[in-house]
Design a binder for this molecule. Structure first.
Ligand code: AMP
Ligand code: MN
Ligand code: MN
Ligand code: MN
Length: 282
């Protein structure tokens, strides 16, 4: 049983403000054309696309929720926390995101050095035109550059060979603390959601500790249906939502018409017994 198709919700996607390939306005137009009626743009560590996203969404008749996807380090791994219903002008959020972005330029130089040692020189210079926002050079931009330079056939192959968390060119970061990210989201009026939990490589004990700590810090939601989950994982994380009393969220994690497995608004609805995260915000 699924939620009625009348409500088509997509609360996770990216624009050129982070590592997507479409402008915030173009992502809004694509979401509307795909039939989405409740939408959020959730760029990594950056809210400068929010005003255009909101105004375009509302002009197209969609309900808009302010959004962001914050990079967090927890137990030496990266966890992404989506904030929904945030106020992009909230000073502590803006400052926290600025601090979270701060190390990316130096990290990009180190990734360039790693790629040079692997026989791919000039990647730092090469990546710059791919980053729409100079404060937000991500691994995805390097992947696009390496495809264009002919080193790999597609973006996924670059991650599989060089840039995944375990890859030889990856440079780990100390991102924001979980408590900080939640305080910025909550301070700006938003609901915090653990993004794509199925992507993390924690032990069952660590997962339990993450969910408990998140809940103790006031975290309310978890992504159940996301472009990063298999259908089996929809069921697995629906059960986590039930067990912890989390709100459930869903989003395609759309980055690009050619790279993303799932287009905006194309995923199935949430299991009907779960409480949708957006209901707390409308
Ligand atoms: P960064 O914030 O620079 O570490 O880049 C993280 C982004 O890289 C994610 O948001 C995804 O878009 C992409 N990414 C990370 N790991 C993978 C992977 N294994 N396969 C494909 N894309 C990935
Ligand atoms: Mn991304
Ligand atoms: Mn993510
Ligand atoms: Mn994402």
């Amino acid at each position: 049983m699924r939620n009625a198709p009348a409500s088509c919700v997509d609360l996770h996607c990216h624009s050129t403000v982070s590592d997507g390939v479409l402008s915030p306005e173009a992502v809004a137009r694509r979401a509307a054309a795909q039939g989405v009626n409740i939408w959020s743009l959730t760029d990594h560590d950056e809210v400068s696309g929010q005003k255009v996203a909101r105004s375009t969404a509302e002009s197209l008749g969609m309900t808009y929720l302010g959004g962001v996807e914050i990079s967090v380090t927890w137990a030496n791994q990266t966890v992404h926390i989506v904030g929904l219903g945030i106020d992009e002008d909230h000073a502590a959020l803006v400052e926290g995101l600025r601090a979270t972005r701060a190390g990316r330029a130096d990290r990009a130089k180190r990734i360039g050095d790693n790629l040079a040692k692997l026989g791919m020189p000039g990647a730092y210079e090469g990546v710059l035109p791919f980053a729409g926002n100079p404060e937000l050079i991500s691994r995805t931009h390097f992947a696009r550059y390496l495809v264009q330079a002919g080193y790999c056939p597609d973006v996924q192959t670059v991650f599989d060979r060089y840039l995944s968390d375990e890859g030889p060119a990856h440079e780990p970061m100390q991102w924001a603390k979980l408590a900080s990210a939640l305080s910025w989201i909550h301070g700006s009026g938003g609901v915090a959601v653990i993004a794509h939990p199925g992507r993390y490589h924690y032990t069952p004990t660590q997962f339990g500790a993450l969910f408990s700590e998140f809940k103790d810090l006031g975290g309310q939601g978890i992504e159940v249906v996301t472009g990063s989950h298999s259908p089996h994982q929809y069921h697995e994380y629906a059960q986590v939502a039930r067990d912890y009393g989390f709100l459930a969220s869903c989003g395609s994690d759309f980055h690009s018409p050619t790279e993303s497995r799932h287009d905006l608004g194309s995923l199935p609805g949430l299991p009907l017994d779960l409480v949708p995260a957006w209901q707390a915000l409308l």
